[in-house]
Design a protein around this ligand. Structure first.
Ligand SMILES: Nc1ncnc2c1ncn2[C@@H]1O[C@H](COP(=O)(O)OP(=O)(O)O)[C@@H](O)[C@H]1O
Ligand SMILES: [Mg+2]
Length: 451
């Protein structure tokens, strides 16, 4: 509406001179008729130019409701022959077209004047008729008032139509708003789309898409909590049974055995709790809990491999590192957890006397970590499943809880990376490859990560 009001103001400002044009044109032609009529009355007497006008004709000429009327007849030397001396005299050269119209100030007022040249045998004369501009102003103002009146009427109509139209157009949005506000936190059903205006369809369908993903995420979280509760309850119940068993005995040797078993069981439970917490932290995403920084994968590998060295030595496993510089923008703690899960698996599942190799390198603008071992490998049909939560290949040794590779995958995704399980080129063992975007571009489609 502001532009419309502006338009009306502009019309008011520049409209007056425009409205004056038709007013002037009409009154100018009347003035010219008067000049030509007067010219017919110019004659000669005793060889002198004369204006033969009767007193009644002069009264008629001078009578006007609004304006003061002037007339004059001059000879070519500029001498006044008849009429009003106040009118200026144009030079004969200016009158060469025959007749002219011009503006002048007479007695302090604006006057519009028509002038014409008349030729008689006795000589030529300049005949003029002028009038003040009151009529013209009035007509201009009336035209402008009319135009402005119509414009204001138009503006009022537009305001009413727009207000009604917007109100009606936004009604479905208001319904949508009520619908959303009435929802409980758990109600993630899609929003009704049938009454949504076309312009909002895309937004509502994007919103529904988000609701669907949120619903899926919440369901998988519920599932995870249920699983985690189950997984934690079992070892805790075991701990309690061990304690009760120990208390029933008085033999210190039996206590010692019980305490040893308790020690192992506690360690497992602590490991499980840590894995659950790491997974929860990885799920929140990288960079939420710690500041992201540019990290060299090689240095993280060195640190984690150092921690695992005693276990490798105990199992007579040859733990080797092949490190090339590879930089990742990420969370040091999470990347450490990722590596330690991979290296742990390799050491745990590779039989004594085998070998484990950890590599870091840059490939096709991706920072890559590889953990390769000479163990039994992971059957092709299980490679997808072991990345899921609480999944273990049947008959796997050790007392893991099936969260390690899920953590690896979660952390890789949090860094917009991807995990791949394969067989090493030798055909024997497992090769896990994790790729991270080195220059901030995703290795996997971020949409699939979100889904
Ligand atoms: N390097 C490996 N060699 C052979 N099997 C492996 C290897 N890494 C993982 N697996 C298999 O994948 C399963 C899931 O691993 P993970 O998620 O770390 O859980 P966990 O180690 O607690 O069992 C393991 O139970 C094991 O069967
Ligand atoms: Mg594991």
């Amino acid at each position: 509406m502001l532009p419309l009001v502006g338009l009306i103001l502009v019309t008011a400002l520049i409209g007056y001179p425009i409205a004056r044009i038709p007013a002037s044109t009409a009154f100018d032609s009347v003035l010219l008729v008067a000049v030509h009529s007067l010219a017919l009355l110019v004659g000669a007497e005793d060889g002198q130019l004369r204006l033969q006008i009767s007193p009644s004709a002069e009264t008629l000429l001078r009578t006007d409701q609004f304006d003061h009327v002037y007339f004059s007849v001059h000879d070519l030397d500029g001498r006044l022959v008849a009429g009003d001396w106040q009118l200026p005299v144009p030079s004969p050269a200016m009158l060469s077209p025959g007749e002219i119209l011009y503006n002048a100030v007479v007695d302090g007022e604006d006057v519009r004047i028509a002038a014409a040249l008349v030729h008689q045998p006795e000589g030529s004369a300049i005949v003029q008729v002028g009038e003040t501009t009151v009529k013209r102003h009035r007509l201009g103002q009336q035209i402008l008032t009319g135009v402005l009146f119509i414009e204001v009427l138009l503006l009022a109509t537009v305001v009413i139509v727009v207000l009604l139209g917007i109100g009606k157009g936004l009604e479905p949005l208001r319904q949508l708003q009520t619908e959303i506000e009435a929802r409980s936190l758990r109600d993630l059903r899609p929003l009704p789309q049938e009454y949504t205006p076309v312009e909002m369809q895309a937004v509502v369908s994007a919103l529904n898409n988000l609701l669907r993903r949120l619903d899926e995420a919440m369901q998988s979280q519920q599932q995870f909590i249920a699983n985690a509760a189950h997984q934690l309850r079992t070892p805790l119940a075991g701990l309690r049974m061990q304690v009760e068993y120990g208390l029933q005995h008085t033999d210190p040797a039996e206590w010692r055995r019980t305490l040893q078993t308790l020690g192992f069981a506690t360690e497992r439970t602590v490991h499980l709790a840590n894995q659950l917490l790491t997974l929860a932290r990885a799920e929140v995403g990288a960079g939420q809990s710690g500041a992201l920084q540019d990290l060299d994968l090689g240095s993280i590998v060195e640190q984690i491999a150092g921690n695992s060295m005693p276990k490798a030595i105990a199992k007579d496993i040859d733990l080797g590192l092949e490190l090339e510089p590879a930089t990742v923008h990420g969370d040091r703690f999470l990347l450490g957890e990722l590596l330690s899960n991979l290296v742990d698996n390799a050491i745990v599942y590779t039989p004594a006397g085998g070998s484990v190799t950890v590599r870091s390198k840059m490939r096709e603008s991706a920072a890559v970590i590889e953990v390769e071992d000479s163990g039994p490998g992971i059957p092709r049909e299980d490679r997808e499943k072991v990345l899921g939560r609480f999944y273990r290949v049947t008959g796997s040794p050790g007392d893991g809880c099936g969260l390690g590779l899920a953590i690896v995958q979660e952390i890789a995704h949090a860094h917009r990376g991807s995990v791949e399980i394969a067989s090493p080129p030798s055909g024997q063992g497992t090769l896990v490859t994790v790729r991270f975007p080195a220059l901030g571009k995703p290795v996997v489609d971020p949409l699939t990560v979100e889904a």
